[in-house]
Design a protein around this ligand. Structure first.
Ligand code: URA
Length: 441
């Protein structure tokens, strides 16, 4: 088999067989294929799409392209993944929540790909935290606490890493089969039998509308079924940032507050649903409503918070911030963004908020940029809230005056104020699964 012929077959719209897909992925992994050849193949896949067989073979080969997560098979083990959104700190809430309910969740997370910091960037805002756990330490924290969050180690899905980096610069990210195989290869390599995916949908997400998000969910559920994984996919709204904060230290504080029982509606709704469906997938509870009720209890009674403290402490983080947020590196310089007119908040464009938070220093423009963990945005208003002219819409945390001015104007552009009050909607737009869920028609 040679690269030119496999490439030529796909470019002309042919269907690659299992051996050809394997040859392609192996050539990406072992460096035999040049970047321009990989990019040409990704472009051909983007244009012609993939058959189910091509999709399953591609996912499988990518999953096996590196190390597997070295975890013992455990029916109580759950994996959770979000397709990425602005202000998404759900992993910090649902991981200890899941652990407090008697399950286990091991998360190897990445740094930010888009404008805002990723889960690991956010975690790193906690003084002294170790996000580079060795395999043994990772397993030890998981065994002791039931949840662990660490950076991705060495050779995990190297083919996806290489292909994602090239898709990012060749405008081939937003292909449903390429996104599905990229996400699912990492889920398969992580080993958990129970997988919950949070597919974000809206202007701050890869998937701009519900129809597209459902198509992606179907592809990922099909892949999951072909690998005997039990899955639930939640499609959740990303038409405004999640919660009331965007920024690394700010989001750690907000997640801590929810774990202490504070009612922040959207964060609670999604975290409780993820933990509830985790109970259904692991067989701890058959009825999703009952499971979610139990999960909500654990946010109220401090059991989830106690797991969070234990996880931070075992990962060598200084837990004193849990009682004194001043111990986190928050920017001293703050700028208030005020409403130009009175009315109701109609829209907060998450994509623009992501850009504003990046300008403030909370995200990266280029891979090598350093983050200011204390930078970010705190929202005083969310969609449907009433606002008076000159009332504060948001507070920007940013040390650099010039960047603060730029970010402030982007935040103002992100807020749309209307005379009429829009309805406040729930954040979970759809629940899909490849197992039968109690209560489903
Ligand atoms: N997240 C991933 O891991 N891969 C994609 O292709 C898109 C989002």
């Amino acid at each position: 088999m040679d690269i030119f012929h496999v490439l030529s077959k796909k470019i002309k719209g042919g269907v690659l067989n299992e051996d050809e897909i394997r040859f392609f992925v192996d050539s990406v992994t072992n460096g035999r294929m040049e970047d321009y050849q990989i990019s040409a193949m990704l472009t051909a896949m983007y244009i012609h799409g993939l058959t189910c067989e091509e999709l399953f073979s591609l996912t499988e080969r990518m999953a096996y392209s590196g190390d597997f997560m070295p975890l013992a098979e455990d029916p109580m083990l759950v994996d959770k993944h979000s397709s990425g959104g602005v202000g998404d700190k759900i992993s910090f809430i649902c991981s200890p929540l899941i652990a407090s309910l008697g399950m286990k969740i091991a998360k190897m997370s990445g740094r930010g790909l888009g404008h805002t910091g990723g889960t690991i960037d956010k975690l790193e805002a906690i003084p002294q935290i170790d996000i580079n756990l060795s395999t043994a330490a990772f397993q030890h924290v998981l065994d002791e606490v039931g949840c662990v969050i660490s950076g991705q180690t060495g050779n995990f899905c190297p083919a996806d890493k290489k292909m994602y980096a090239l898709r990012d610069v060749t405008a081939t990210v937003d292909s449903l089969p390429l996104i599905a195989s990229s996400i699912m290869s990492k889920k398969i390599a992580s080993g958990a039998k129970n997988i919950i995916l949070d597919v974000k949908c809206g202007h701050g997400a890869f998937m701009k509308d519900l129809r597209q998000a459902q198509s992606l969910a179907h592809l990922m559920l099909d892949i999951g079924s072909s690998f005997q994984r039990n899955m639930v996919v939640l499609i959740t709204d990303m038409n405004e940032p999640l919660g009331c904060c965007v920024g690394n230290a700010l989001e750690v504080i907000e997640a801590t507050e929810v774990l202490k029982g504070k009612e922040i509606a959207d964060l609670k709704e999604i975290s409780v649903a993820i933990a509830g469906y985790a109970m259904v997938l692991t067989g701890l509870e058959a009825n999703p409503e009952k499971a979610m009720h139990k999960a909500a209890e654990h946010l109220k009674n401090g059991k989830a918070f106690s797991k969070f403290r234990q996880m931070i402490t075992m990962q060598k983080g200084d837990p004193s911030f849990l009682e004194d947020y001043e111990r986190l590196p928050l920017c001293r310089k703050r700028v208030e963004v005020t409403a130009p007119v009175s009315g109701y908040i109609k829209d907060i464009d998450s994509e623009l908020i992501g850009i504003a938070s990046m300008l403030a220093g909370a995200g990266r423009e280029k891979k090598e940029d350093t983050l200011d963990y204390g930078a970010g945005i705190l929202f005083n208003k969310k969609i449907s809230d009433p606002v008076k002219e000159n009332e504060v819409l948001a507070t920007l945390f940013c040390e650099d005056e010039k960047r603060a001015l730029e970010a402030k104007s982007v935040i103002l552009d992100a807020f749309q104020i209307d005379r009429f009050r829009p309805e406040r909607k729930t954040k979970i737009l759809k629940v899909m699964s490849n197992i039968e869920l109690e209560g489903d028609a």
